[in-house]
Design a protein around this ligand. Structure first.
Ligand code: GAP
Length: 440
């Protein structure tokens, strides 16, 4: 029986448990009882999260000549957030249930308390989602600072710096991956909505007349990216926001939505931000954030098309989409059918026994592969159990070293999805694995 978000009501629990049990994602500060809605990425999770970010960076920066990267500060002065509109409008309407006293976002509860069913609430209050802190050593005397609630503003405040240093002209983009912080009222659903999370955002600056075309382009490109990395078409859809639901800066927003176990919800948002941000920062800072086109002698404020994704949320979607239960040799097995580019380990090297002669060759094979792939090495338990353990964390290929290896200088390559086993000469192993993963 295949298990997908659409067919398995327990999928979220299964993936959350697997993530904890196998070292993907741990509840933060667990030995102190945890800290609500914060998570730590364990040995396998950190590999996978890095792979998600690397996959995005490769597509968005490495493979293009019209996008450059940036890594801006997380701490920022109030002036940035006043100009961006976040101080005034980055709020959620907060209500308290009069009966059980639970606190909710008014726009998420349909008038009924999800905890006790009461319909009696306090009047909504605007609650700003930014984390406020102070920079400076003396309590109460430091300068106010905010943790950024999105990475985007770093791209706008550095627009002139980037333009002056990399000789790009619109259409061109600035991309950034990094942590963002929001004091969410109701963080929930594992790492879907957390207070500390990672974003992958790109601001694409275009001549205003080309904005609509580029908006459509990026909606399609971002949808295709998730397909390319293994999420099936049935689990993805596009949802265009109604005019009245748009954020304060947006002229149009389309979400790439994923079929989470609780229903369709946002995975990534693509927005046409118009000239809102550059105009706001120009006016507030007094520094002109424009582009002067020498060919036409035209000076203008570019429009911005922004694909804004969550790295941690995308990792969760990739895990949910990859989780399957199938049958191998009459037994149910759990397998993560992750794209090899996202899997925590691409390869596991498994000596059939702990005999020194086998371990010797196995370590040589491992050293050869480690330069090219992230590898695991496991000598414990029966080979069948070890295959299952690797299936469960999505390792695409297991390399088994057995006693025949000592004679024929070959190993067995086992494929995670088909469970097919092929004998390959050690000398041909790298070439074989590169051809299976489509690498040159
Ligand atoms: N710069 C635009 C912006 O930040 P957003 O829709 O608020 O837009 C973009 O956020 C993406 O960041 C979301 O689609 C989601 O993937 C991720 N994200 C936002 N808030 C999050 C949270 N509290 N926890 C995890 N991911 C979040």
């Amino acid at each position: 029986m295949e298990s997908t978000p659409a067919t398995d009501p327990n999928l979220l629990d299964k993936v959350t448990n697997l993530a904890k049990r196998r070292g993907f994602i741990f509840p933060s500060a667990e030995i102190y009882g945890g800290f609500r809605s914060t998570y730590d990425y364990g040995p396998l999770g950190v590999n996978m999260l890095r792979n998600v970010k690397q996959a995005w960076w490769r597509t968005m920066v490495q493979m293009r000549s019209d996008i450059v990267g940036l890594d801006a500060a997380i701490l920022g002065p109030p002036a940035v957030w006043a100009a961006s509109g976040h101080l005034e409008t980055f709020t959620d309407p907060l209500v308290d249930c009069r009966k059980c006293k639970e606190r909710w976002r008014e726009d998420k509860i349909n008038g009924v308390c999800p905890n006790c069913g009461s319909t009696e609430f306090t009047e909504p209050r605007a609650f700003n989602l930014m984390f406020k802190t102070q920079a400076g050593p003396v309590e109460g005397e430091g300068a106010t600072a905010y943790l950024r609630p999105e990475t985007a503003q770093g791209m706008f405040t550095n627009f002139a710096n980037v333009l002056a240093t990399v000789r790009k002209k619109p259409p061109f983009g600035i991309a950034q991956i990094g942590k963002s912080f929001r004091n969410e009222i109701t963080p929930q659903n594992f790492v879907f909505r957390t207070r500390e999370f990672e974003q992958m955002e790109m601001e694409f600056f275009v001549p205003p007349a080309e904005a609509d075309e580029w908006y459509q382009y990026w909606v399609q490109a971002r949808y295709d990216w998730y397909l390319d990395f293994g999420i099936s078409r049935e689990l993805l859809r596009l949802h265009e926001h109604a005019k009245e639901d748009l954020s304060h800066y947006s002229r149009g927003t389309t979400d790439v939505e994923f079929a989470y176990p609780w229903g369709w919800d946002e995975l990534e948002g693509i927005a046409n931000r118009g000239d809102y941000d550059l105009t706001q920062h120009s006016n507030a800072s007094g520094v002109k954030l424009e582009y002067f086109d020498q060919a036409t002698s035209e000076r203008y404020t570019p429009y911005v098309i922004e694909p804004a994704a969550g790295a941690t949320r995308a990792m969760m979607a990739f895990l949910l989409a990859a989780y399957h239960e199938d049958e191998v040799d009459g037994e149910v097995r759990t397998v993560l059918r992750l794209d090899w580019r996202l899997a925590p380990y691409q390869i596991a090297v498994l000596p059939l026994s702990k005999k020194p002669e086998l371990e010797g060759v196995s370590k040589e094979v491992l050293a050869k592969l480690q330069a090219n792939f992230m590898c695991d090495y496991d000598v414990t338990q029966s080979i069948g159990r070890r295959y299952r353990r690797q299936d469960e964390v999505g390792t695409p290929f297991c390399i088994t070293v057995d006693f025949d290896t000592l004679e024929d200088h070959s190993v067995t390559v086992r494929d995670r999805d088909t469970t097919e086993q092929t004998r390959v000469k050690i000398d041909d192993l790298l070439r074989e694995l590169h051809s299976r993963t489509g690498q040159i």
